[in-house]
Design a binder for this molecule. Structure first.
Ligand SMILES: [Zn+2]
Length: 341
């Protein structure tokens, strides 16, 4: 692959249409890494000559070897740091808030089932965990990007609809994802804010790759996910008189006492959890703030845990929120989000 020459000035442009962001070369034949919503204003580092599309061969370089076709962009304004500038036709720091717009990636080849259009546009978000493996085969090194895509693929197989955030902080949406469409992710549910049932129709779901509520075992300092404990014929973990489970395999995934924590209070079902990674929590925060900025229908008061809308059935995110240094109830998380805008 040859290097692409970047010329011209850095600045900001506005997406006139929904933009495909291409990686490696300014061409529609290059891999698409993510999309930028129509109407969004974003920074560019310069220009490049690329594929001629409808008579326009100019592309904007976004940095990180990413490019968008200039034919679908308007209102280029040169400037070293457009986000920091309070110039009238650019968002001011106050308007942008204290966050970085998330870098949504499209999971090529994965599509999720859509049930219809949201009746009032996107109104909120449900925070989940996927209760799935985070590591490579057995108890190997963390391999959360790959496991996250496994979960997204599982959503396709099971007719669900959501995005996923890896422990590395990457976030994927399925192909063809539209914020205005809804599909299932929360099941039978009741919103404590609006008293409406079936919250999937109104709120987008984000899964966090995480092994879920953990079981202390009879082995000191050994904590296991549901998929590595001995279960009975109804698939419930077999617990001893002290409430401890039995690890099924020392070579399958489990966690040490310094990696996990016990948490309770608020929405949190008392128990052991592996905290979300710091990068994962940052991405979750940035997505909530981005959606609050992007959609007037979206409220940070409706950023809810699955355990808040289905408290008797679900325990996510529970004590996995917010990051390794800090446990947060969902109420504390919402207060934190509002303090950043
Ligand atoms: Zn959930």
């Amino acid at each position: 692959m040859s290097m692409v020459t970047i010329t011209g000035s850095a600045g900001a442009v506005t997406a006139r249409l929904k933009l495909n962001v291409r990686r490696d070369a300014p061409s529609s034949a290059s891999p698409r890494t993510r999309q930028i919503e129509a109407g969004q204003r974003f920074g560019v580092i310069g220009q490049a000559n690329g594929q001629n599309v409808q008579g326009v061969a100019l592309w904007y370089a976004l940095g990180g070897n990413e490019f968008v076709w200039a034919g679908a962009c308007d209102n280029f304004v040169a400037g070293p740091d457009p986000d920091a500038d309070a110039d009238g036709d650019r968002p001011s720091r106050a308007e942008l808030g204290d966050y970085s717009p998330p870098n949504f990636e499209t999971a090529t080849g994965i599509r999720h089932k859509v049930q219809g259009k949201r009746p009032n546009g996107l109104e909120g978000m449900i925070v989940h965990f996927d209760a799935y493996r985070i590591r490579a085969a057995g108890n190997g090194a963390e391999n959360s990007d790959s496991r996250s895509l496994d979960t997204l693929r599982g959503g396709q197989d099971n007719g669900f609809h959501y995005g996923i955030i890896s422990r590395t902080g990457r976030v994927w949406l399925p192909e063809g994802f539209d914020w205005g469409d809804w599909g299932y992710h929360a099941g039978p549910s009741l919103c404590p804010v609006t008293q409406r049932t079936g919250v999937s129709q109104f709120y987008v779901g984000f899964e966090m790759n995480n092994p879920g509520k953990l079981f202390a075992t009879a082995d000191p300092g050994v904590f296991c996910p549901w998929f590595n404990v001995v279960v009975d014929k109804d698939k419930n973990p077999v617990l001893d008189s002290k409430g401890r489970a039995t690890r099924r395999s020392a070579t399958d995934e489990w966690y040490t006492s310094d990696q996990v924590r016990r948490a309770s209070g608020g929405n949190i079902h008392d128990g052991w959890y592996l905290p979300y990674s710091h990068a994962q929590r940052e991405t979750l925060t940035n997505i909530a703030l981005y959606l609050a900025k992007r959609f007037s229908s979206f409220s940070l008061d409706r950023v809810l845990g699955h355990d808040e809308v289905a408290p008797t059935r679900k325990n996510d995110p529970g004590g996995a929120l917010a990051d390794p240094d800090q446990v947060m109830t969902m109420a504390e998380f919402r207060a934190d989000l509002k303090s950043r805008l």
